[in-house]
Design a protein around this ligand. Structure first.
Ligand SMILES: [Ca+2]
Ligand SMILES: [Ca+2]
Length: 244
């Protein structure tokens, strides 16, 4: 099994195993690698003394010995980035959608990072804040990024209750040669002008205060209620402030 998703069949000639790999449509790899060796069920592979073949991959991997690039994606692959499904609010930043100019195998999007201007990084497989790419596999024309913390922790430097934390961020995907423009998150900023102000933001908060609302941008701790303890306190802390 290769990292393009291809399964390669070996042919045996005496003591030599030969693998032939033909690139199929949609297969890409920034550095071709072998992920797994296996013998099909019902088959055996033994040496002349009857010992089963060792099916662990050598420590020196294919990718570290060679640099075969399969169908490199153009740097223009990401054609559009949409934050919060296009809503202006940056009070809770819970979703980023990427559109692709050519189909992308999302199983290969293992290096997606969202990086804050001070260096805090939320990444796929991160040990603290994590990016979740959806769908997890398949050739697609768009993918959605959401955020969580390792071990189901509610808060980390980068992710608070499913939203990126306050600050200026950018999406970085080396595999697609992509770095986005900056965008911000500031809890309380309902009109997306990077300030929590008395006009639109405060009056919008007031109109939801005390209500039970699923997915409200004013629900700081995402518990379904806009309350005085957590949510209003978080709003008050930021009142009059701007994203640097
Ligand atoms: Ca505002
Ligand atoms: Ca709440």
């Amino acid at each position: 099994m290769l990292d393009t998703g291809a399964k390669v069949t070996a042919t045996i000639n005496g003591s030599v195993l030969t693998f032939a790999y033909s690139v199929a449509a949609g297969q890409t790899s920034p550095d071709l690698d072998a992920l797994q060796l296996f013998v099909p069920p019902g088959s055996t592979l033994r040496d002349a003394s009857g010992n089963d073949a060792i099916l662990t991959l050598p420590a020196t991997k294919l990718a570290s010995m060679t640099s075969y690039i399969v169908n490199p994606l153009p740097p223009t692959t990401v054609s559009l980035i949409t934050i919060n499904t296009g809503q202006p609010q940056r009070s809770r930043l819970t979703q980023i959608q990427l559109q692709f100019a050519v189909p992308v195998n999302t199983a290969l999007l293992t290096d997606v990072s969202v990086v804050r201007s001070d260096g805090v990084t939320v990444r796929t497989g991160g040990s603290s804040g994590r990016v979740i790419v959806s769908p997890t596999m398949g050739l697609v024309s768009s993918a959605t990024l959401t955020f969580e913390n390792a071990f189901a922790a509610p808060v980390s430097d980068g992710v608070e209750y499913g939203s990126l934390s306050d600050g200026r961020w950018r999406v970085v995907i080396p595999y697609l040669s992509f770095v986005s423009l900056d965008f911000h998150r500031l809890f309380g900023d309902i009109n997306g002008d990077a300030t929590v102000d008395g006009g639109s933001d405060f009056s919008a908060f007031g109109s939801e205060f005390g209500l039970s609302l699923v997915g409200s941008p004013f629900d700081f701790n995402a518990d379904g209620v806009i309350d005085g303890g957590t949510d209003f306190a978080a709003f008050g802390e930021r009142f009059g402030q701007s994203v640097p």
